[in-house]
Design a protein around this ligand. Sequence first.
Ligand SMILES: [Zn+2]
Ligand SMILES: [Zn+2]
Length: 204
Amino acid sequence: MGKMLAAVFHKKGENGGEIILEQVDIPEIKQSDDVLIEIKACGICGTDLKIMEGAHPANDNVILGHEFCGIVENIGEDVKDLRKGDKVVIDPNLKCGICPACRCGYDNQCEFLATGQTFGIYQNGGFTKYCVVPRRALYQLPIDMDLTKAALIEPLSCAVHCNNIADVKECDNVVILGAGPMGLIIESVIRKHPINQLFVVEPM
Ligand SMILES: [Zn+2]
Ligand SMILES: [Zn+2]
């Protein structure tokens, strides 16, 4: 078993914690539906900063980073639709895939979500070289996809959801409060639609 460098979160009581670069074991395929990914890019989320400050829960001794993508390095025996070299991006919020909510397409209601399985928060994530995740947590990417950009797919999905529930019409004026990374991604999605006026508010 080889070693890899990882950014490991160490809790300090209730006051957050610190990240320490450590040599850890490269993870191995354990379940038949597991996929070993060589991580190529991982975003830093506002949630990561909250974890450091103690404002968001996370497990001790976990490798942070939940916005990541990479290349398939190895697969379990039941994974039939991915192979070594395929590009993939992760859905960090692991669902069970078999409960009534999951089967009906409401996997955001999956009870398994509440058991604390998120990659990069409750189990090892992307601030390292390799990660093992079940096939159901992965989306395959086009082979010519730029993986630096693909690391933005998770925050982009939040912006697409924001746009969907806002249901902006052509006659609407839209105000986005905050021009941080999320505000700017939301702006790029909203701009795809014809709207009346768009304002982005950011303190100087
Ligand atoms: Zn995030
Ligand atoms: Zn479920």
